[in-house]
Design a protein around this ligand. Structure first.
Ligand code: APR
Length: 240
């Protein structure tokens, strides 16, 4: 059966005014990633990490889904059962655009997670002030529901499983620094990469220079500008 697998990253939300991580004005230019997004950083300075995610959460309240979020939410609806969308993004803009079944590989900003019972609960855009209590087990040890460097990401298993059942792979707005796009693209005869900038392959042993050389189609545009080209390739592949 023809089935679409989407993998999206920070670039998808860039046109909504949310910084990416590794572009010239990205978050990891302004913050030390190992201080604010690693297990070691969390052990050393929980206040700094919590403040970092409180700022991200507060900022998110005033951002709006862009045209790419909306098209992807529509695609999920149009191809229900033949479409799976994995995102590395922790924002809620896909859901605010109407998407229902997004798999958040790195967690969600609008939730906190209990460190005792591991349940998650919604806090909207409110800052974590340290008085929060797990509504399930009553424990006060709750934290941001974001996967940090040095932590396992349980949803990755679903990503690599889904690869085996999909016929078209679409990567949107991800540099391939954390999830190896080349490894995934090699498994697909049909694939589309959307990125306004060519990204170099991450492994020095890689015979090819650019990640897009492993894709069937490379749309060298911003996500919002790429949707029409993307839709044309999807219709051609899905036949409808
Ligand atoms: N449309 C599409 N792509 C864009 C746009 C845009 N408007 N603007 C930038 N991009 C591209 C960049 O060229 C880059 O390739 O989006 C990509 C963003 O890459 P990163 O900042 O590395 O973000 P991402 O790949 O999502 O990071 C993966 O790293 O820091 C961790 O957990 C964090 O989920 C994140 C993971």
């Amino acid at each position: 059966m023809k089935k679409i697998m989407i993998l999206s990253g920070a670039g998808l939300s860039a046109e909504s005014g949310i910084s990416t991580f590794r572009d010239h004005d990205g978050l990891w230019e302004k913050h030390d990633v190992m201080q604010v997004c690693s297990t070691q950083g969390w052990i050393e300075n929980q206040k700094l990490v919590t403040t970092f995610y409180n700022e991200r959460r507060a900022e998110l309240e005033f951002k709006e889904p862009n045209s790419a979020h909306k098209i992807l939410a529509q695609l999920e609806n149009d191809y229900r059962g033949r479409f799976v969308h994995f995102t590395q993004n922790i924002d809620d803009l896909l859901e605010r655009a109407g998407a229902k079944d997004i798999v958040h590989l790195h967690g969600t900003l609008t939730e906190l997670r209990c460190e005792a019972c591991t349940e998650t609960f919604n806090v909207g855009y409110a800052p974590q002030l340290g008085k929060e209590q797990c509504p399930y087990c009553g424990n006060k040890r709750v934290r941001h529901n974001v996967v940090m460097f040095g932590e396992t990401a349980p949803e990755y298993a679903h990503l690599y499983e889904a690869m085996r059942h999909c016929s078209l792979f679409i990567a949107i707005g991800t540099s391939g620094t954390v999830i190896d796009l080349v490894r995934i693209a090699k498994e697909f005869k049909h694939s589309i990469l959307i990125d306004p900038k060519r990204q170099e392959t991450k492994s020095q042993y890689d015979p090819k220079i650019y990640i897009d050389e492993y894709f069937e189609h490379f749309i060298e545009k911003k996500a919002g500008e790429a949707v029409d080209d993307m839709m044309a390739f999807i219709k051609e592949h899905m036949g409808t």
